[in-house]
Design a protein around this ligand. Structure first.
Ligand code: BG6
Length: 368
């Protein structure tokens, strides 16, 4: 049933191109307009939405953090992301013009369920992004976008995460279409970029040898840091979470721009630091993170750099380079996360851990 793999997790990592393709399937009508039939909230109502709050736990919350960048950029609706376990205890400002988006692979996570119940009591519209047909969270929501990742067995989420990002992007584009903040051809070009992602992810998966070797080199490490900026920041958080969950290593993800405000004090000789470098583009993001990379390298960090394959500027500062295909900034998390998943999976395997059932964790946590 593991299809020849040692772990469900590894199998599920390799299933990501298909999972993403399946999640994108059938999202157009005959005129090329984006259609999300499962979003059973009228266009009229969607035009009145003045705030979006994404709630989720764990890996799903990092998908939410990625989605915030795209949704705000495309729709110009303010979008917050909140951990489900914090949401209802802070008396959140929620009303009939708030769209609450609950992201949950299992659809059964108690913290997320309690949060959407609270949101509905305040008359918010609730949309679930879920991978499990008929689970409690989608049943208790006004609308649902299903991710079509197929069953995810490994406790640590992989294809669940990538497809959650894709589903949230579809939602963002759909809202932009309904509200007229982005026009047909712009939506079509982003959809075309998304449609190219399964192949891009597959090409990342073809070259996992450097990552496997890295896991062997880092097997004795006690601390690993991850840096990213913009959508690369949640990727850093996810890379760190995977190492905590699977390899039981103390790992932290930081926003690269925050480095100078504290975390740089941690850098010492030989400390492994993963850095997610944004694609080169019109903004300054790439250069800013490049200078963060230089700063940690100058202080002795051993750097693992995830960057566009032809990004020569990073080479002098990379102890190990993990090359990524060229994509736009917003889509890079769909690629950059994959080597980090594999790294954690391999490291935990080398340490003799049960990768699919890490200690103290459960696939869906049905208590608050
Ligand atoms: C945790 C799992 O307890 O629940 C994580 O160990 C997962 O892997 C989180 O990300 C949220 O789960 P779900 O099903 O709500 O996405």
């Amino acid at each position: 049933e593991k299809g020849g793999f040692d772990w469900f997790m590894r199998k599920e990592i390799y299933e990501q191109p298909k999972a993403v393709a399946d999640t994108l399937l059938g999202r157009h009508d005959e005129n090329g307009r984006l259609t999300l039939d499962e979003v059973r909230i009228s266009e009229e109502e969607l035009r009145r939405i003045d705030k979006i709050i994404i709630i989720a736990c764990g890996t799903a919350s990092y998908a939410g953090l990625v989605a915030k960048y795209a949704i705000e950029h495309w729709t110009r609706i303010p979008c917050e992301v909140e951990l489900a376990s914090e949401f209802r205890y802070r008396d959140p400002i929620v009303g009939p013009t708030t769209l609450v988006v609950a992201i949950s692979q299992s659809g059964e996570t108690a913290d997320t369920l309690m949060a959407i119940r609270h949101a509905r009591e305040q008359r918010a519209r609730v949309l679930a992004v879920c991978n499990t047909n008929g689970a409690t969270i989608p049943r208790e929501s006004d609308a649902v976008i299903y991710t079509h990742a197929g069953p995810e067995i490994s406790v640590a989420s992989t294809k669940g995460f990538l497809t959650q990002i894709v589903a949230c992007y579809l939602l963002g584009l759909y809202l932009a279409q309904v509200r007229g903040t982005k026009f047909g051809d712009e939506i079509a070009s982003t959809m075309a970029e998304l449609a190219a992602m399964p192949d891009a992810i597959a090409s990342v998966l073809e070259d996992m040898d450097p990552v496997l070797k890295l896991a062997a080199d880092f097997a004795e490490e006690r601390v690993v840091l991850f840096l990213g900026r913009h959508v690369g920041y949640p990727v850093a958080l996810e890379g760190a979470l995977k190492l905590k969950e699977l390899a039981y290593i103390h790992a932290e993800g930081f926003a690269a721009g925050e480095l100078k405000h504290g975390p740089i004090a941690l850098i010492e000789d030989g400390l492994p630091v993963f850095v997610v470098i944004p694609p080169r583009g019109r903004d300054m993001l790439h250069d800013k993170v490049l200078s963060n990379l230089q700063e940690v390298r100058a202080r002795g960090a051993r750097t693992v750099v995830l960057a566009e394959a032809d990004d020569d500027e990073v080479l002098p500062y990379a102890d190990v380079l993990v090359p990524l295909p060229k994509v736009s900034t917003l889509l890079q998390p769909l690629l950059a996360t994959v080597p980090l998943q594999m790294f954690a999976c391999e490291l935990a395997t080398l340490k003799g851990h049960d990768v699919d059932q890490p200690r103290n964790l459960a696939k869906s946590v049905t208590v608050e």
